[in-house]
Design a binder for this molecule. Structure first.
Ligand SMILES: C[S@@+](CC[C@H](N)C(=O)[O-])C[C@H]1O[C@@H](n2cnc3c(N)ncnc32)[C@H](O)[C@@H]1O
Ligand code: SF4
Length: 376
């Protein structure tokens, strides 16, 4: 049996298609949902080996676009998993498709964390994103969740939307704060290829305004007792996403469903983005067998995203070598870009915004005399 203890499941259906979205998704279609759930069932049955699972994430797309009957089917499929009693079960939803009936169903099947795509409640910015929700819908949804007993709630915010001002962002942030949820994810708008925004030649806001927005989010959320525990994520103490931490700590996980990726027995794999191929059972399109060098590079790239950074003792236990024997990074510590304690090596928060550059600099300190071949 593998050491996997986390699972991601992708549900690629949405009630509307947003102008910025590059995720694998199609318009909700009853016939396709049926076929998709059958294919998902097959994929899970032929790959899951009975490992104890401590984190299950049902994402999308929009899982809440499924009807009550379809959700019942989905939860029936996942009864096969051997879930730990404290398993974190997250369900991604859009407030406008998460009725009270669906919330009750989630509760019945043990969902204990809901991630809500709110993004912005500003009409002008919703027009740019081509999605629509109202304050009332979001407030009612959050109240219903809390009433039913699902209090571990995340809200997604998109900022740096074309035409957005600092004042607009301040209003969105105040609204999200008023919801009193323990977790907030914030994403600067990416204009992805193959999206309506790109085709319409919509441009990103100015880089310096983007930076101001990032700093504003961090400062306002920290003033409201949220911990900036990962470059894009903020939580109240103890409410960090167990599931995402598995990714950032470079741990193994199953990915089931169209476009899902997984990491099992040293192999990173990606499933097809084609829903028709997936339904036909042509599931995996890409596999990467990781060498020790690959694993160490992933460890750095993912670990530096969090405020804990890299645990040097865990690193030594995992790879049988000290991190300082592979990378000659002391200058980055001297320059106050990295912070080093006896246990941790982490990127200082003021450098989170330029994390990619810091990682590149770090990887360039790779010592020339390291022989990864011996370690494989
Ligand atoms: C799978 S999506 C969304 C879940 C849900 N369907 C929704 O739209 O609310 C997960 C999150 O990624 C973020 N996201 C997706 N595309 C993005 C983009 N192009 N730029 C920035 N953030 C994006 C959004 O915050 C979104 O809520
Ligand atoms: S952003 Fe969410 S609702 Fe919009 S198309 Fe993408 S997955 Fe669907």
């Amino acid at each position: 049996m593998s050491k996997v203890d986390a699972i991601y499941i992708h549900i690629p259906f949405c009630n509307y298609i947003c102008a910025y979205c590059d995720f694998c998704k199609i318009f909700y279609n009853k016939e396709y949902v049926n076929k998709y759930l059958e294919a998902l069932n097959k994929e899970i049955k032929s790959n899951y080996k009975g490992e104890k699972i401590t984190s299950l994430y049902i994402g999308g797309g929009t899982p809440s676009s499924l009807s009550i009957d379809e959700l019942e089917k989905l939860f029936h499929i996942i009864t096969i998993f051997n879930l730990s009693t404290d398993c974190e079960i997250t369900f991604e939803a859009n407030p406008d498709s998460l009725s009270l009936d669906k919330i009750n169903l989630l509760k019945k099947y043990g969902v204990n964390r809901v991630s809500l795509g709110v993004e912005t409640i500003n009409d002008k910015l919703q027009d740019v994103l081509e999605r629509r929700t109202s304050k009332e819908i979001v407030i009612n949804c959050v109240n219903d969740l809390k009433q039913v007993g699902i209090t571990n709630i995340n809200v997604d915010l998109i900022y740096a939307i074309t035409g957005e001002t600092l004042e607009d962002l301040n209003k969105d942030l105040n609204f999200i704060l008023s919801l009193d949820v323990p977790h907030i994810s914030t994403y600067s708008l990416i204009i992805e290829d193959n999206t309506k925004l790109k085709v319409n030649n919509v441009k990103n806001i100015d880089k310096s305004l983007d930076r101001k927005m990032y700093d504003m989010i961090s400062s306002i959320l920290k003033d409201n007792s949220y911990i900036h525990y990962e470059i894009s994520n903020f939580s109240k103490d103890g409410y960090w996403s167990k599931h995402n931490l598995k990714y950032w700590y470079n741990l193994e996980y199953y990915g089931f469903g169209c476009s899902a990726s997984g990491y099992v027995n040293n192999i990173r794999y990606t499933n097809t983005r084609s829903i028709t191929n997936y339904i036909k059972g042509k599931t995996i399109i890409d596999k990467e067998i990781l060498t020790t060098k690959d694993k160490i590079f992933y460890e750095i790239m993912l670990g530096f995203r969090t405020n804990m950074g890299i645990n040097k003792n865990n690193f030594k236990n995992k790879y049988n070598i000290n991190i300082e024997d592979i990378f000659n990074y002391k200058l980055l510590v001297k320059d106050h870009i990295l912070e080093e304690t006896t246990i941790y090596l982490r990127v200082r928060e003021e450098y989170f915004y330029v994390l990619d550059e810091v990682i590149l600099k770090f990887l360039e300190t790779l010592q020339t005399n390291v022989s990864f071949d011996i370690m494989d």
